[in-house]
Design a protein around this ligand. Sequence first.
Ligand code: TYD
Ligand code: MG
Length: 458
Amino acid sequence: MAKTKSAYFCQSCGFETAKWLGKCPSCNSWNTFVEEVIEKTTAKVPTWKSAGSSTRVNKPSKVATIESSTEKRMLTGDQELDRVLGGGLVLGSVTLIGGEPGIGKSTLMLQLALNMGSKRILYISGEESEQQIKMRAERITATPTADCYILTETSTQNIFKQIEELEPEIVIVDSIQTLHSAHIESTPGSVSQVRECTAELLRFAKETDTPVFLIGHITKDGAIAGPKILEHMVDTVLQFEGDRHHIYRILRSIKNRFGAAAELGIYAMNSSGLREVTNPSEILLSQREEELSGIAISATLEGARPMLIETQALVSTAAYGTPQRSATGFDTKRMNMLLAVLEKRCGFKLSARDVFLNLAGGIRVEDPAIDLAIMVAIISSHEDVSIPSKFCFAAEVGLSGEIRAVNRIDQRIAEADKLGFERIFVSKYNLKGLNLEKYKLEVVGVGKIEDVFSALFG
Ligand code: TYD
Ligand code: MG
């Protein structure tokens, strides 16, 4: 009998060693090595036509002689998903969807499968029974007419057998951590299993031009469980996020070989599945009658889509010695930096005050153009003076209080104009070459943070 081969894998980054180590030399995390059996002693079971592919030999070819072709895409019927994918689903692509438990990954995928109409789709579930999936399908559509098949199976060898018979046009796997390959003995969800199963599905996708969706669990700190390698292997990585207590969900592209990353799709979770939100600015601006202090609106850009987002701040006297600082939807470190700028450059005494910051709709924003709105919201709460609700802001703020230019300013201005805003504050360095005649709203160029405050608060 052949000897069983095993190795140690870092559960956080997938680094492989022959001996156990306390600290991973690759990602520096401690106590992450687990022994995994990497080769099964029994005879090999065939995977997806693996024998055929290993005998093919590729020759180098000159770039000029390679035929160029645009990748073939199919539309999924879900406009948000199509946009996040960069204009539809690319044939033969493998897409990984990560997200916290209960956020709606299975719902999103099942909904896609049920709404594709004429396409034959195989939904493989290792987590739920056929009945559970049927119940969910009934919630989403009253009469599921789609050509969608459900398979509850976790062995990749059996899955490929079914795929060969059914010949589906799209394959969905829920989730990659529940699959296991007969080639590897370690338990499902371990680094080597996840890697092997993904590799087998990748080979299948590329050889048959079938798009594959993989649902992936995420760990406590938000990374997709299993090795980082997984993210390198697949073509596209999407993250499904949002606050479970809010109804809005955000689909974000983190990596996309076939389109721009940082693209965003917004959904609302209802009692009958996920609904696409095509006009996000409307939901992200709360409907209010009176003007309140501590609120400022920012014209941000997520991916290629401009959005107006409400930022809310609350500044109050600290009850304890150390003031509390907390931000939802925005980086707390960056907020502290903006507070320091306000203190040092503008003389606001904020060091003994609690500061809370919140972005509407449970959305997270990384666009630096939100800086100015955040500072204005903080000062508006601090001084208890409201900002006119038809004003909005789009600029980055530097350490010395200078207002910096941001990218694609015309798109932001156009969106604010469309939504009926009357005045937008931008960096004066953004005004060059800008044709302001076509907008109804007034564009105010500012150079320093003090200029903004004197214009607003006098
Ligand atoms: P699910 O897709 O099971 O999440 P995941 O696969 O990411 O773990 O979503 C589960 C949540 O969504 C659950 O809390 C119930 C809610 N939900 C709705 O609100 N409406 C619906 O129509 C469906 C199907 C689920
Ligand atoms: Mg699920």
